[in-house]
Design a protein around this ligand. Structure first.
Ligand code: ATP
Ligand code: MG
Length: 346
């Protein structure tokens, strides 16, 4: 108990966005100190960790037979417990390189619809990785806090967080989520659709990194002022040889619109379930987009047309959840110091 208390005094407590695609760590007074892909490369036979984060991501699809690069989280939840725990341990160590003995308190963002078992797994993985105390915060709440939405007010705020594995939509009022919905369709599904498109239409097999690059370079969900072209390299499925072809932003948009419709539907369903008083607030305030998936071209235009509401993208959509967990950490620290000053006065 005393050691925990002392550990808390000297350690850098942290907020963590443990995402399917990217993990971020926020430290009080420092801001975001770590931003790494949630990827681990390991020896297939011995399980020995070879690389974590960006180094491991570069290895995805390029590893020799004895090394595998894995994403230990799927759809925002832990798919591989051991590897997730090793990854968190590595991240904590990287942030606290000079203070390895101190155990931090960690606030972690989690999807809003995860099960009790999945919550427990996040807590256990973080504890085994060295956390002294673990607090969980629903990602839409964290995203809203990180985007500076006035969540404590009795007015509605709406956030749509399009990540790698999940899209989470929530209407928040008086500090709580009034309606929350989540689907397993987000940025990674859009990348998969591009892989399928090339295979079906051109008999061209492309890797995940290439497909993600196509999505980021020319991907869109609404007509662009100036349409774009891109040269794409892959392996011809029939001849087995490398091949290059040119594609346009229009054809990639057609490939993306079908899965994206599922994201539009979940936004609309959330609005349908929003109580009328709060729905009325949203007419003026609109909704705020967060998550890396919200960087896709034309999203604000498409959602504006589909919902007839104002649509804004958060200033730094990739960081909102991590910043929100950091804010929660600061709130908890404040509550703690209020309690301790109350205790001292007694
Ligand atoms: N410029 C961009 N255009 C389109 N998509 C992008 C862009 N930048 C990042 N993405 C996509 O954003 C996704 C990652 O976003 P983010 O880091 O918010 O996810 P995450 O928090 O790790 O995942 P989740 O919240 O689902 O667990 C990836 O699918 C990535 O391809
Ligand atoms: Mg996320």
């Amino acid at each position: 108990m005393v050691i925990d208390f002392l550990g808390g005094l000297f350690s850098n407590d942290m907020g963590m966005d443990l995402g399917t695609a990217n993990s971020l760590i926020y430290v009080k007074d420092k801001g975001i100190v770590l931003r790494e892909p949630s990827v681990v490369a390991m020896d297939r036979d011995t399980g020995e960790i070879k690389a974590v984060g960006s180094k491991a991501k570069q290895m995805l699809g390029r590893t020799p037979a004895n090394i595998i690069a894995v994403r230990p989280l799927r759809n925002g939840v832990i798919a591989d417990f051991e590897v997730t725990h090793e990854m968190i341990k590595y991240f904590i160590k990287k942030v606290h390189s000079h203070k390895t003995l101190l155990r931090p308190r960690i606030v972690i963002g989690i999807p809003s619809d995860i099960t009790g078992v999945e919550r427990r797994a996040v807590i256990d993985a973080a504890r085994q990785a060295g956390a002294r105390e673990v607090d969980l915060l629903e990602e839409p709440m964290a995203a809203a806090m990180g985007a500076d939405l006035p969540i404590a007010e009795p007015n509605a705020s709406m956030v749509v967080d399009i990540g790698g594995g999940t899209t989470e939509v929530a209407v928040i009022s008086l500090g709580g989520m009034v309606v929350a919905k989540s689907i397993d369709v987000a940025g990674d599904e859009l990348t998969d659709c591009i892989i399928q498109y090339f295979r079906k239409k051109y008999n061209l097999v492309i890797g995940e990194s290439t497909a993600e690059n196509v999505k980021m370079s020319i991907g869109s969900v609404y007509p662009l002022k100036e349409e774009m072209k891109l040269e794409v390299k892959g392996r011809d499925q029939t001849q087995g040889l490398p091949r290059t072809l040119n594609v346009t932003s229009e054809e990639i948009r057609h490939a993306l619109l079908e899965p994206f419709k599922l994201i539009v539907d979940v936004v609309k369903n959330t609005l349908e379930e929003t109580p009328p008083e709060l729905a009325a607030d949203l007419v003026d305030r609109g909704l705020v987009l967060a998550g890396g998936g919200s960087l896709l071209r034309g999203i604000t235009d498409l959602l504006r047309v589909e919902t007839k509401l104002p649509v804004h993208r958060a200033a730094d959509p990739l960081s909102c959840v991590a910043v929100g967990t950091g804010k929660r950490l600061e709130d908890l620290a404040e509550q703690g110091s209020n309690i301790s000053s109350w205790w001292q006065k007694k």
